[in-house]
Design a protein around this ligand. Sequence first.
Ligand code: ADP
Length: 425
Amino acid sequence: MTALLGCIADDFTGGTDLAGMLVKAGMRTVQLIGVPEGPPPDDVDAVVIALKSRTNPVEDAVAESLAALRWLREAGCRQFYFKYCSTFDSTPRGNIGPVAEALMQALETDFTIACPAFPANGRTLYKGNLFVGDVPLSESGMHNHPLTPMTDANLVRVLQQQAGRKVGLVDYATVSRGDAAIRERFTALRQQGHGFAIVDALSNADLDAIGAACADLPLVTGGSGIALGLPQNFRLRGLLAENAVADALPKTGGLRAVISGSCSMATQRQVEVMRASFPSFNIDPIQLARGEDVVSAALDWAGGRIAQQPVLIYATATPEAVRQVQAELGVAHAGELVENALATIARGLVLLGVGQMIVAGGETSGAVVKALGVKGLRIGPEIDPGVPWTSTLHDDDGTPPLALALKSGNFGSEDFFLKAWARLQ
Ligand code: ADP
């Protein structure tokens, strides 16, 4: 069976968020890092191609998105999804409007929706206005965003600035009447010459109704919330199994290690908890800056212990310690030194026989994934909200899959590093 839903995400963690959602809704999903070269992996219902197109120049974002769409079409996908942030992160130039319109043109469709609502995370839409918790988007702190300041909560206006086609609204009065009413409104908007509909949504039930109404749209655009309603359309058409286990991963054995380059509050607690009962090795950025061979020291240390129990290698430090290091080395240089060291250590640990690895830190995860030559991730069971186990996909070079959990800074409970392993069995 080929993939059904082809998704293009405008950043990596947004892609993971969407992929996790689709798995929860019963679709077997892989996330690919950038536009791949080879054919799609087997046994998947949805593919998410994660780009870095949120804030790059419009022309580049459009070109990359079109390349991703071409690949997804060749992979056999029947419906396409453009995923952006649930706070609609964009500027008057784009990239949401121009990318969506380029995808519409390539798919020869004249209508799509734009709905970043994610009620479970406090993102709701009413009369076209996006709320973050209890306040309009423009009062949520997003007006201070360094790259994509959002100063208007009215998404009809925001998207209209970025798009050539007319933007209309499916308001809550219609959405609350269910999918047939929403579909009727789509038809009316289309007849009036609208290319986009911003769609109000206040609850998961609304997302389900909107999803059902989108069954025949070639392209859907939104945050990850709206993806919740789409798998059911494939089920109703007999294309997706009723109670499929979507989060099964290939079996991985091997030794266990945790690498932490995150200094976020949650990670600091998690490191403390693991340090209390497992061997741990601290990476000192100042030693790295002096050119000491910290990487070999860490791997020698791990080599003597890891066969007995999981080990922790961490650069995690208190805000005060981080500030001191940054004052001495510079923020960027300190970050780069630590990321490079941890990524090289990750490679060394795999050579020592590690088959199951947890990495803490968004940037740190990016560096590790790159160093390990990972091309994509099959999404598995959730450990804590937003953090699934995954299984790595590599080029056809015989590299065996690795079980990898990529945890961004503030995610996960205190005992995350201890309890995560149990979710693999
Ligand atoms: P998070 O997801 O918590 O933001 P990241 O990995 O994205 O974590 O970012 C943490 C950054 O801090 C990385 O660039 C990492 O290399 C850097 N870093 C980690 N430990 C230290 C340290 N002890 N001193 C200075 N910088 C550090």
